[in-house]
Write a protein that binds this ligand. Structure first.
Ligand code: NAD
Length: 369
């Protein structure tokens, strides 16, 4: 069976990491027919807009997309393509697993968390204006609806159950944000009561940041609002080994778009230097979503073995730091080729090596259920 998937290469390092991901996807033997469409800076040059209608049409038609990062200029210019895409397609659940890969690049080799972030409303929506003519004061609007809180909390608990996770933490700032924070808190509490098989608790966002840095292994699934989730997912990516290895997925009721947590890292664009793992693990999530479990596990294990071997890894995993084995860095394309080479060779019957122990729910159990 063959699947048709929209491919959005994106900006900066996007074309390089999506080419790497495509190589690995092709190595699985799962037939994927890629429909390539441009969004972001390339699309502005070609179509005069960063989000041409054909991008939205393609994702709506195929219901699946693999996306590279897209640059959002700071200050003036176009509105964020990422925000627009999520709102236009109602991709309301952003799921960002933060898993240590073979304990490389991290002080916290046991990290195995999933951040579930509401992705369509709140402070991140870009609804804002200048309050006065000389731009000395600005206002950003934070609209939070009960409907969106209910569906993201439900999504988080359902996903925790499906992924055989045990514990869910709701994160908010209801002590200060008496309306928007309280709406989320109430929705979260009511939803938690419907899932007695899962343990749950709550944290204020500031305390959550501190707790995660102190003892990430005490957390499992985190459910939160848009901006808090944006910040927490970068923090959790850092705990797991860095932005170079952190994949993500955006889900609506019928559509799914897979994109890494990282951005377009413009300073590395065109240098064949960026870590392709985050985008390659987006392919793993895509395959898992399609029910292609064996292919998904092959991708994950090929990544794991390549990182653990540490012979062909990009600069971020080659650096001295938390491990004592600095090696010469390889290019993005060389690492992708090495992972693709391993995909058909990995032995799925062997347990994953765990040099540093498993995470909250165990690295492989979370992935292979
Ligand atoms: P970034 O994630 O692009 O980069 C931050 C730093 O992380 C980089 O300088 C680099 O050191 C490291 N890094 C990121 N990806 C890496 C990779 N694959 N391999 C190795 N190192 C990597 O964040 P930024 O610099 O804040 O943002 C750059 C642009 O990306 C901005 O325009 C921002 O709006 C956009 N962005 C887009 C998305 C998205 O498309 N979903 C997400 C985040 C940021």
């Amino acid at each position: 069976m063959s699947y048709r998937v929209t491919l959005i290469p994106g900006d900066g390092i996007g074309p390089e990491v999506t080419a790497a991901a495509r190589l690995v996807a092709d190595a699985t033997g799962v037939g994927i027919d890629w429909e390539v469409v441009e969004a972001g800076e390339t699309a502005i040059r070609a179509h005069g807009t960063p989000l041409p209608a054909e991008v939205l049409d393609s994702v709506r038609k195929n219901r699946l997309a693999l996306k590279g990062p897209i640059t959002t200029p700071i200050g003036g210019g176009f509105r964020s393509v990422n925000v627009a895409l999520r709102q236009e397609l109602d991709l309301y659940a952003s799921v960002r697993p933060a898993r240590s890969i073979a304990g490389e690049g991290t002080r916290y080799p046991e990290t195995d968390l999933i951040v579930v972030r509401e992705a369509t409303e709140g402070l991140y929506s870009g609804v804002e204006h200048w309050v006065d003519r000389d731009h000395s004061a600005g206002e950003t609007v934070n609209v939070i609806t009960r409907k969106a809180c209910d569906r993201i909390c439900k999504f988080g608990f359902e996903m925790a159950r499906r992924e055989h996770r045990h514990h869910v933490t709701g994160v908010h700032k209801a002590n200060i944000m008496k309306t928007t924070g309280a709406l989320f808190q109430t929705a979260y509490r009511e939803m938690a009561a419907k899932y007695p098989d899962l343990t749950s608790d709550e944290r204020l966002i500031d305390n959550m940041c501190m707790q995660l840095v102190k003892k990430p292994s005490e957390y499992d699934v985190i459910v939160t609002t848009n901006l808090f989730g944006d910040i927490l997912s970068d923090l959790c990516a850092g705990l797991a080994g860095g932005l170079g290895i952190a994949p993500g997925a955006l889900y609506g009721d019928t559509l799914a778009v897979f994109e890494p947590v990282h951005g377009s890292a413009p300073k590395y664009a065109g240098q064949d230097k960026a870590d392709p793992v985050a985008e390659i693990l987006c392919v793993e999530l895509l395959l898992r979503h399609l029910g292609e479990r064996e292919a998904a596990s092959r991708v994950f294990r090929a990544v794991w073995e390549t990182v653990a071997e540490k012979k062909v890894v990009t600069y971020d995993l080659a650096l001295p730091g938390y491990t004592d084995r600095p090696v010469p860095p390889s290019s993005c394309s060389a690492m992708a080729k090495e992972i693709a080479r391993k995909v058909p060779l990995v032995d799925l019957t062997k347990p994953l090596p765990r040099p540093h122990g498993g995470g909250a729910a165990g690295v492989d159990s979370a992935l292979e259920n």
